[in-house]
Design a binder for this molecule. Sequence first.
Ligand code: NAP
Ligand code: GLV
Length: 321
Amino acid sequence: MSKGTLVLSIQGGADNWSPQRWIERFNAVGHGRKVVLLPEQISDPDDVHYAAVWKPQPGVLAAFRNLRAIFNLGAGVDALMADPTLPKVPIVRVAVDDLTGRMTEYVVLHVLIHHRQQLSLRDDQSRKLWQPGAQWAAGAVTVGIMGLGTLGRDAAEVLRRMGFRLVGWSNSAKTMDGVECFSGRDGLAPFLAKTHILVCLLPLTAETRHILNRRLFEKLARNSPLGGPVLINAGRGGLQVEADILSCIEDGTLLAATLDVFETEPLPTNSPLWSHPRVIVTPHNAADTDADAISAYVAEQIARFEAGEPLRNVVDVTRGY
Ligand code: NAP
Ligand code: GLV
């Protein structure tokens, strides 16, 4: 009897999205299950039980009537949520230590770049200037994390251990050791009023689109030892209004920004963000999806599911994340 086919649909430009690599990995962990990379022709669409996807073309999964689950090969499901033809089966997202650890590295790196004044020091170096300024302690800086999910909680814990003060904001109320937690619309302003370095790890949903705008930046704490508030966005580009980020850096509402994600990706070459001295641009690589780790995670979830256990990290489609 057939074990059911797994289809792969991958649209990603980066090295870690090489379809050949993913086919190899799924064949290695599939225990003989047939794996087909779309758009290859499928002889028996009714034999397709699982799909593993990254930014699939809208409509591409609609033909599979016997689909049992869709595995999104990343943490963010905004691209999938935009497909109205998606079969109504559970959607599982990535929540694994490998990806979480990568994101925490990115957040810690960029919090430290701004906290340790690395942009100014780099500028001094380019002019051969030896001018050490005062350096404040981590405990003088409050990092505010928007999104206390899988990624935000881990980053918060590591930063707290490094001595930073932490505040966090989420949809539902939370408690976390050493992190002052705020939630919901009413919690946003008091959260921002305490934040010196704002780290955004929110999903992109109808509620969060363009949340990182001038009105929000104006509510950030003005008493930062850094000289002004800093934004780090590694969530999604659709969360931010790029014109507001630039104008807020120009008029001092923001001191600087690190951006891993953009309204249009790749970031167009004519974007002023590329060359702004107080903006760090990275190419949406804060936390890569690793084919080894994630194919093993999907295989384990399928094994659990076929043994009658519940799938883990299932997306709530009404919330959109
Ligand atoms: P998650 O576990 O689903 O956590 C999302 C967090 O955001 C939760 O704490 C949730 O609150 C909060 N949230 C959602 N909507 C909100 C709202 N309207 N108001 C306040 N809080 C809200 O997601 P995750 O795994 O941490 O990933 C977060 C995002 O990171 C992904 O969606 C993706 O866009 C992005 N990401 C980027 C990269 C990269 O390389 N740049 C890599 C991976 C992921 P509750 O806890 O109350 O539900
Ligand atoms: C990457 O952006 C992800 O959502 O995993």
